[in-house]
Design a protein around this ligand. Sequence first.
Ligand SMILES: [Zn+2]
Length: 104
Amino acid sequence: MINECNIVRDLLPIYADKATTADSEKFVSRHLADCEDCKLYYKSVTKTTPKAKTTTELPLSHYEMVAKKLKKNKLVKHTLVAGGFAGAAVFCALAYIKGFSKNN
Ligand SMILES: [Zn+2]
């Protein structure tokens, strides 16, 4: 036997965001009208997950902070390496131009 409550509770997060299909929305609202448990569950879900709160706004754990720092360090390293190559290329070009103008 299919437990409608489980299906409805699976759909509730997207139902709350109004991202369900019309059929799912009908199914959920019809169930919520009949099922007190799911109605309460829906209320608790919409209370604890306000739309403005996303995972990025939550305080970062120590691990996440370290991961971010490492990512930044990697970016800095890549930038330095790229800058080094660019500098070497400019140096070579200047040397080439100088040598070229000497020969002429
Ligand atoms: Zn239910």
